[in-house]
Design a protein around this ligand. Sequence first.
Ligand SMILES: [Zn+2]
Length: 532
Amino acid sequence: MSRPNLPPQLTMVAARLTSCAVAAGLLLAVPDAAPSQTFPGEDPVIRKMWEVGMENSQTETLAQVLMDSIGPRLAGSPELAAAQDWLIGLYGRWGVTVRKEQYGTWRGWRQGYLHVDLISPRMQTLEAELLAWSSGTEGPVEGEVVVPPVGLTEETAAQWLESLAGKFVLTTAPEPMCRAPQELERYAREETVQRIDSLRSAIRDGWEERMRPLGNWRVRERALDEAGVVGVLTSSWSEGWGVNKIFNAGTERAVAVDVSCEDYGLLYRMAERGQRPMIRIDADAEDLGEVPQFNVIAELKGTELPDEYVVLSAHLDSWHAATGATDNGTGTITMLEAMRILKEAYPNPRRTIIVGHWGAEEMGLIGSRSFGEDHPEVVEGLQALFNQDNGTWRIERIEGQGLLYAGQHIGRWISPVPSEISEHITLEFPGAQNNRGSDHVAFLCHGAPAFRLQSPYDEYRQYTWHTNRDTYDKIVFDDLKQNATLAAMLAYGASEDPQRVPRDRAVLPIEPRTGEPRPWVRCGTARRSMGG
Ligand SMILES: [Zn+2]
């Protein structure tokens, strides 16, 4: 059993470095602490948080239910609604006030099963995923797989479209190789790497040329639907072994399926060389029409400053081809578990503590933007928001997001955090506001102090982010329980801080494109329905 071992002097060291960094705008790391068996100070709340979060973590049981039993949580899906009901039930059992807030509607879609088989010239089951909101097939459908011919013009494109009824069409460029590039670089000759790279570029350029007469994506998908194709096949390879990114369908009538890099390449080569591949697809899916969409908000009311807020933030929705384990099951579990820790260790906070489990982040930060629009009092009274949305590894960076004096506060909140957790964290003040792609932006854009608890990106982008491999087994629970305990401790620090975090803005770094400082991130309007 491990124990926190941050010596008391780190509090001062961290505070000193923090103010230097604010003055110099430097990147700095909280220094390693010498191992010891003492808690950093006598704060009984921090001790209790460690006990609840690190010694009695519930992250594994909570994550297993969310990812395995409830499953993917696409906006508009019955699984997202089930996940929201599950959260409502959990918080209720924990004695935490919780509510569902409707912010809009979205196109409902039930994803059933999918079977894709090569049936001629030989049999093979293919690996594929339904694209979101695709139609089903109402039973198995069979047809030839074809590739748009080289040299189509706008006139011959119309003729070609007339030949497509009852067929499947490949619409994305095939890959010359489905090995992860880092493996190729490791084992292949330099000239082989170069040859494959240039082959890939040539195929992509050639493909673009080939598809141009069919119009842009929207125009082309509509034309294929009208031409009576039975299915559209794509492959959006994520440059790793067995991994594709899976997004939404473009067709309304024809079934839309993403095929693995390997199997897509197989179909392409056979079609291109006149071997006339035939496939059979059996896809079950159901359009559920417009359905109401919600955020789930849990709350511990502030006892001294109820109109000032600390917000723990993570989107609950996901893409649908796997179970959204690292995007954003881990962020969800981090904030859910943080609230459990807070309820046990700090049930009567000074400021109000909210957890926002947002809907439809993947559709454009819709849940969090709506909440910001519907709750100006929370934006106005925000002491700090902590968002987590990039994977499973331990949190290693917190950026000031361009807020000039935020660093002094974050340094203070982090100083009592045990070194097992804090030693990995780099604080970057005032920060370049470099990370705009998640829910903290819906608050930061109003000038409110909203921060991101960041884990490393590289392998997340390649293997789990929006892919068919984002599943429970990828979660690193040693890190997840630390992240949850950290989130609870930061919320505690932010709630107890004698002062508000000032909203003064730093001048952001120069944007190379304009030669001017980058403008403060803007608030988009929440898109509250699929057609909105
Ligand atoms: Zn995400």
